[in-house]
Design a protein around this ligand. Structure first.
Ligand SMILES: CC(C)(COP(=O)(O)OP(=O)(O)OC[C@H]1O[C@@H](n2cnc3c(N)ncnc32)[C@H](O)[C@@H]1OP(=O)(O)O)[C@@H](O)C(=O)NCCC(=O)NCCS
Length: 209
C-alpha cells in the first residue's frame, strides 16, 4: 500500500496530539513546520523552522497538509496559504472518536479521542472537536471553531465560525453562539451569545469590554 506523507503546520502541544491522531489513522507525517525559532522534533517528527518551508516542500512534491495550530484565526489563515499553494487539507480523526454515519465532516478537521458526533450534525472545515467532547444531534459547528476538551453540546446547537468554547463548556439545546466569540472554561450556555463576545460563568453571561 502506498501512503501519501503529510506535512503538519505547527509544532506545539496541539501539534503533538494531531500528529499522533494522523499516525493512528495510518498516515505518515514527514515534517512539522514551526515558527522561525523552533527546532528539534515534535513527537519524533523533525521540525522545520518557518512558514517558507511550506512552499519548498510543495515544490518537492508534497501535497497533503494538516494545520495543527490552536489559534482559530491563524489556523484559518495558514489553511488559506496552504490551499493557494495547491495543498489538500487532510483530517486528523481519532479511531476512538464516534461519528454518526449521518454526520458530515469537512476538511482540515481534528476530532480527538473520546469525541462523539451524533446524527445529522455538521462539522465545518478546520474545526477542532477536542478530547471527550460530545456534539449531539443536528448541531452545526462553524469553520475553524474549537470546542476544547470535555465540552457537551445538546441537540441543535449552532457554533459560529472561529468561536472557541473553553474546556468543559455545556450548551443546552437550540442555542446559537455566534462567530468569533469565546466562552470561558466551565461555563453553561443557556441563551444565545452574540458575535465577537466573551461570555463566562454559570449561566454564561457576556463580559463587558
Ligand atoms: C475566558 C478566558 C478566555 C478569559 O481569559 P482572560 O481574558 O485572560 O481573563 P482573566 O483571567 O483576566 O479573568 C478576568 C475575570 O474573568 C474571570 N474568569 C476568567 N475565566 C473565567 C471562567 N472560565 N469562568 C468564570 N469566570 C472566569 C476571572 O476570575 C476574572 O474575574 P475578576 O475580574 O472578578 O477577577 C479564560 O479564563 C478561559 O476560561 N479560557 C479557557 C481556556 C481553555 O479552556 N483552554 C483549553 C485549551 S484546549
Amino acid at each position: 500500500m502506498t501512503r501519501t506523507p503529510v506535512i503538519v503546520m505547527g509544532a506545539g502541544g496541539h501539534a503533538k496530539v494531531c500528529i499522533e491522531l494522523l499516525r493512528a489513522s495510518g498516515k505518515q507525517v514527514d515534517f512539522a513546520i514551526g515558527a522561525d525559532v523552533d527546532s528539534g522534533e515534535c513527537v519524533g517528527v523533525p521540525i522545520l523552522a518557518g512558514d517558507a518551508n511550506l512552499a519548498r516542500l510543495r515544490s518537492e512534491g508534497y501535497t497533503s497538509v494538516f494545520i495543527a495550530v490552536g489559534s482559530n484565526s491563524l489556523r484559518e489563515k495558514l489553511a488559506g496559504l496552504a490551499t493557494e499553494q495547491g495543498y489538500i487539507l487532510v483530517n486528523a480523526i481519532s479511531p476512538n472518536a464516534t461519528i454518526s454515519p449521518t454526520a458530515s465532516v469537512g476538511s482540515g478537521v481534528a476530532i480527538m479521542a473520546g469525541a462523539v458526533i451524533n446524527a445529522d450534525s455538521t462539522i465545518a472545515d478546520l474545526a477542532i472537536i477536542n478530547t471527550g467532547t460530545t456534539v449531539d444531534h443536528d448541531c452545526r459547528i462553524g469553520r475553524a471553531a474549537h470546542l476544547a476538551p470535555q465540552c457537551a453540546l445538546a441537540g441543535n446547537v449552532l457554533i459560529g465560525e472561529r468561536t472557541f468554547l473553553g474546556i468543559g463548556t455545556k450548551v443546552i439545546p437550540n442555542v446559537i453562539v455566534e462567530s468569533d466569540s469565546i466562552v470561558g472554561a466551565g461555563s453553561v450556555v443557556i441563551s444565545n451569545i452574540g458575535r465577537g463576545v466573551t461570555a463566562l460563568g454559570v449561566p454564561a453571561r457576556s463580559r463587558l469590554k
